[in-house]
Ligand binder design. Structure first.
Ligand code: GLU
Length: 484
């Protein structure tokens, strides 16, 4: 029987969760579910200056919001607890002692400035920068002297000679030629362990079978393999996911728009839509693009993950959001949107209570253009306010449309039951008497009553606004004083 798959998501709580990390979390989650394995959440908070409890709690909350529940980790515990690195100090110390006993580490006293100078020199000669090993040569006496003089030191791991081969589940064999990796730091000058050290110990002790993470960590992998070997642990399988890029081919950053999951939550994206979109960044499911988490879990496999970089496209994300919005029952959707309407001062709670059915009608009319809840604000402004604003060119156009708008006015005035059918009858009559059709007929009406160039069907908009309001908005253009 093959061993049970154990994967982990290991974020550092140093900021809001980035889209790239969410995709990593998602692929780990669906792989665990696909294989009936275990999904571990481990908080990598050894960087004391940048990690905060608030970021950590937010991270756990947002994972819950997305529905990426973890089988082991903070809040739920598990057989390999604790799952926060800041609580595992003694475990790292113990492992460090093992490496010390094998003479695989040495203290390095080089200052930042010295290291920087070395780097620059190497780059200047066209070499890959790596630590040259100056402090490895220090004698015991020299070290004692440096310590006694109050010099701080870090501990470096002695990299053995030889090429390192990484078998990557996504990228195939990746070779790191001999001499590319210098002795690297295991503990900082404040004695805190570094990422490359803690990640190995935790992955080994937590019995992780597959490390699925971003390609930006590929260069760390040979270092980690060396530590596995030095400690006598079996390395897991590795799968490095290609970096998510912006439309310009550069690594996704703030320049390309919002990059944190929090910002998409705040916009009112449904977590299912958000994850569904992210799932497609690196994987092309065979059964189509719209998949629930369960469907993803059923279909996903690491062998299907692509090597090439995926492009983040906010327009496609919005489209995905629309597919999910469309599935919500109208009543639920309307209730979910009320806080956004209150926030925008479109209506009060009391008004929402009194006019709930009308609001439902408004929502139904615009819902097909909505990719996230907050879209309701831009989509429905004209239903809640008659303070429409027009560009100078639009005002000019409307001035020339006065005769047409007067015809509309008369046709609408004659309607007793202002429903969609009668409204459209009046529009058609206006078309006949004015000799206009298509855009020439509809556009001035739409602009006059909604202030917008496009939008939902007029047959729905007109009755929702109501006869009095439609006439009032037309009168703005048909009476003498036309706004500038
Ligand atoms: N804490 C690391 C990060 O957030 C984890 C990398 C890994 O998965 O090994 O980038």
């Amino acid at each position: 029987m093959s061993e049970q798959v154990r994967v982990r998501f290991a974020p550092s709580p140093t900021g809001d969760l980035h889209l790239g990390n969410v995709r990593t979390a998602l692929y780990n989650w669906i792989y665990a579910r696909h294989t009936k394995g275990v999904f571990v959440l481990r908080v990598e908070d050894t960087d004391k200056e940048r990690s905060t409890d608030t970021y950590c709690e937010n991270l756990l909350d947002i994972m819950k919001w997305m529905g990426l529940n973890w089988d082991e980790g903070p809040r739920v515990g598990g057989p390999y607890a604790p799952y926060k690195q800041s609580e595992r100090t003694s475990i790292y110390e113990e492992h460090l002692e093992r490496l010390k006993a094998k003479n695989l580490v040495y203290p390095c006293y080089c200052t930042e400035e010295e290291l920087e100078l070395e780097r620059k020199r190497q780059l200047g000669r066209g070499h890959m920068p790596k630590y040259g090993g100056k402090c490895k040569k220090l004698t015991v006496e020299e070290r004692q002297k440096l310590d006694a003089a109050g010099n701080t030191s870090v501990l470096r791991f002695i990299v053995p000679p030889g090429e390192i081969l990484v078998h990557d589940e996504v990228r195939g064999e990746v070779r790191f030629p001999d001499d590319q990796i210098g002795d690297f730091v295991l503990t900082r000058s404040d004695k805190s362990p570094t990422y490359n050290f803690t990640v190995v110990i935790d992955d080994a002790l937590m019995k992780i079978t597959h490390v699925i993470r971003g390609e930006d960590h590929l260069s760390n992998t040979p270092k980690q393999i060396l530590i596995y070997e030095a400690l006598g642990y079996k390395p897991p399988k590795f799968a490095h996911l290609s970096i998510i890029k912006g439309a310009d081919g550069q690594k996704l950053s703030k320049r390309h728009g919002e990059t944190s999951v929090e910002s998409y939550k705040a916009k009112g994206y449904l977590p299912e839509a958000f994850l569904n979109y992210l799932a497609l960044l690196g994987w092309a499911p065979k059964t189509g693009e719209i998949l629930s988490l369960e469907q993803m879990a059923a279909e996903f496999d690491l062998t299907h993950v692509g090597k090439s970089g995926a492009i983040f496209d906010p327009v496609k994300l919005h489209w995905m959001g629309m597919q999910y919005m469309a599935k919500l029952p109208l009543e639920d959707l309307t209730r979910a949107l009320l806080p956004y309407l209150f926030e925008a001062n479109y209506c009060t709670r009391e008004q929402a209570r009194q006019k709930f059915d009308w609001i439902k009608g408004v929502v139904d009319t615009v819902r097909s253009s909505m990719g996230c809840y907050s879209d309701i604000i831009k989509e429905t402004f004209y239903f809640f306010s008659d303070e429409l604003s027009f560009e100078p060119a639009q005002t000019e156009e409307m001035k020339t449309q006065k005769p047409l708008l007067e015809t509309y006015e008369k046709a609408f005035e004659a309607i007793t039951d202002f429903n969609g059918e009668n409204f459209m009858k009046a529009v058609k009559e206006t078309g006949k008497s004015s000799g206009l059709k298509g855009k020439a007929l509809y556009h001035p009406l739409r602009l006059a009553i909604t202030g917008r160039e496009d939008g939902p069907e007029l047959a729905k908009v007109g009755p929702l606004l109501g006869k009095a309001e439609v006439l009032k908005r037309l009168a703005v253009w048909t009476k003498e004083e036309i706004p500038n």
